[in-house]
Design a protein around this ligand. Structure first.
Ligand SMILES: Nc1nc2c(c(=O)[nH]1)N=C([C@H](O)[C@H](O)COP(=O)(O)OP(=O)(O)OP(=O)(O)O)CN2
Ligand SMILES: [Zn+2]
Length: 155
């Protein structure tokens, strides 16, 4: 059981959010196995291209993950969490499984789950929740493109 160490400065508990921005490259195709080819084409349009698609880099997405981690400031360290440790969790939970991968072919989770950004955010959440201390992950925000941003806060 983790000890919840709080920093009391000036009689107040100080509660901070750490945001870590992480980028990775991956390609994918939006395609539902429960729909016909015609329906897939109508719903997903260019994103249903059989050979996948990308936006910024050689047929791949450049995707930014913003991971927000929250906790009271530890009185002894002055930190919510050592970002060096957070980086190790991100490496394990995001970079190793996703970076430079075809999401649909390389990541077993997406064999039967459509690789929308919503589902990608849930996948990352589920990975990170196992690696971080309990009840501390607040939000996963995924920028699929400059304009398309998905936020998942669990639940
Ligand atoms: N709810 C969702 N809708 C869509 C998703 C998604 O993940 N969730 N994904 C896609 C496509 O994969 C693709 O990423 C969208 O590409 P595109 O339309 O090219 O991106 P932009 O909107 O940023 O481009 P503009 O054409 O400049 O507007 C589609 N829908
Ligand atoms: Zn896409």
């Amino acid at each position: 059981m983790e000890k919840d160490i709080k920093c009391v400065n000036g009689g107040k508990e100080r509660f901070c959010y750490i945001t870590r921005v992480q980028s990775f490259s991956a390609s994918h195709r939006l395609h539902s196995k429960s729909l016909s080819d015609e329906e897939n084409k109508r719903i997903f349009g260019k994103c249903n291209n059989p050979n996948g698609h990308g936006h910024n880099y050689k047929g791949s997405h450049i995707t930014d993950i913003i991971l927000i981690y929250t906790k009271y400031i530890d009185q002894n360290t002055g930190m919510v969490m050592n970002i060096t440790e957070l980086k190790e969790c991100i490496e394990e939970g995001i970079m190793k499984p996703l970076d430079h991968k075809n999401l649909d072919l390389d990541v077993p989770y997406f064999n039967n789950t459509i690789s929308t950004t919503e589902n990608l955010a849930v996948y990352i959440w589920d990975n990170m929740i196992k690696l971080l201390p309990p009840n501390m992950l607040y939000e996963i925000k995924v920028h699929e493109t400059d304009k398309n941003i998905i936020v998942y806060r669990g639940g």
